[in-house]
Design a protein around this ligand. Structure first.
Ligand SMILES: Cc1ncc(COP(=O)(O)O)c(C=O)c1O
Length: 384
């Protein structure tokens, strides 16, 4: 085919996609990447971090960006990688858990909340983990007392805990502070999935913080061994840019496999060949926005979240919980039906699994007029 014809045909396919700026994407944790990422993507287009000795500059950038993200998480010496996304990050953490507990002769018993992302179901399936699901509190956080009792009763049979800082459906934050104490007391691992919350919580204005949650979630808590934190969510980086950070590089040996034909003889990531675009874009966007830029981004999204909640209440809708971050769950007993009706009008919300509610993620691409238009359509779906 002629190059121009190929590009024209590709454009036709691309035109069928929704665009963030149109405001119809209301249920995604991704958003329009920062415009500077276009130039960066072009510059790093052919890089491959799967063979870091060939791409020494990009590899240095990855170490720097891990340290920069570590800085947000109070540990500039963290060890880790920028990988394909939160799923791979959680799989990597579970792989480390599995290999560490195996080396101690412990079984693969791991405590994971009901609110956890389904990537942990993939981990369970791939690694034959035995998963314990504690009951939830009214704040949709794990019951800490249950965990303490369970670990005591199971006599050293639990090898790790997963806590969530910003759960996918509701944004709730487990009590990582208490989980950290339990991890230290029992010498077990604690992974925190802050895939979404990692680029939200550190920048959240105090006025949005709610009673019932402890917002501490990072390496400043001694028991936290690893954290998932995704630049391609609220970090404004283009897909694919997920992050997995471990407390220190002691964890590397539990992930490494021999890679004899590469420039580095060991490889720790699950994916082999991987682009440096995510690394370079995240590095650039973090340098450009700085702490102030992320604070503005997060708190503007929170303002719009509060606007959505206020307006929704005026229409007679109620939320399942007060928003902990820029995620809103609107009660709806017919959530699947409503979701499909809204889709007929091009509004793409998602549904919660743990409550009967529609789920709206107020990402930076959403403007007030989109929220107004959506709520009007939502209220029309309820009229007969
Ligand atoms: C808390 C949490 N963890 C992990 C993931 C998986 O991330 P990804 O889709 O980038 O693999 C998500 C995605 O929404 C998430 O919300």
């Amino acid at each position: 085919m002629d190059e121009q014809d190929i590009l024209n045909e590709l454009r036709e396919y691309r035109n069928q996609d929704l665009k963030y700026e149109e405001g119809y994407i209301l249920g995604s944790m991704c958003t329009k990447p920062h415009p500077m990422a276009r130039k960066i993507s072009e510059m790093f287009f052919e890089t491959n971090l799967g063979d870091p000795g060939l791409f020494k500059g990009t590899s240095k950038l990855e170490k720097e960006v891990v340290s920069m993200i570590g800085g947000i998480l109070h540990n500039k010496n963290a060890f880790g990688y920028l990988i394909s996304g939160g799923t791979e990050a959680n799989l990597t953490a579970m792989r480390a858990f599995k290999n560490i507990s195996k080396s101690k002769g412990k079984p693969q018993n791991i405590i994971i909340p009901e609110t956890a992302h389904f990537s942990f179901d993939k981990a369970k399936d791939m690694m034959d983990l035995n998963v314990v699901r504690p009951p939830l509190t009214k704040y949709f956080t794990m019951d800490v007392k249950f965990i303490k009792d369970y670990i005591e009763d199971s006599k050293n049979e639990v090898s790790g805990i997963v806590g969530i800082a910003g759960c996918t459906e509701l944004g709730s934050i487990d009590n990582i502070c208490e989980l950290s104490k339990i991890a230290v007391e029992n010498d077990i691992l604690l992974h925190v999935d802050a895939a979404f919350g990692g680029f939200v919580i550190p920048f959240l204005d105090d006025k949005y913080k709610l009673d019932g949650y402890n917002y501490d979630f990072d390496f400043s808590l001694n028991g936290v061994s690893s954290i998932t934190i995704d630049p391609h969510k609220m970090g404004l980086a283009p897909i694919s840019a997920g992050g997995i950070l471990f407390r220190d590089n002691m964890f590397k040996k539990y992930l490494d496999v021999d890679a004899p034909y590469l420039t580095e003889k060991q490889q720790a990531t699950i994916i082999g060949t991987r682009s440096g675009v995510g690394v370079a874009s995240t590095w650039g966007i973090m340098k450009l926005l700085g702490i102030d830029g992320y604070e503005t981004l997060v708190n503007e999204s929170m303002e719009k979240t509060m606007y959505l909640v206020k307006k929704a209440r005026e229409y007679g809708f109620e939320t399942a919980i007060d928003p902990v971050m820029n995620i809103v769950a609107l009660n709806d007993e017919n959530k699947h039906d409503t979701c499909m009706k809204l889709r007929d009008e091009n509004w793409y919300v998602s549904v919660c699994r743990c409550v009967d509610a529609l789920r709206i993620v107020v990402m930076p691409h959403l403007e007030i007029e989109h929220i107004d238009g959506f709520l009007e359509s939502l209220s029309n779906t309820k009229k007969y």
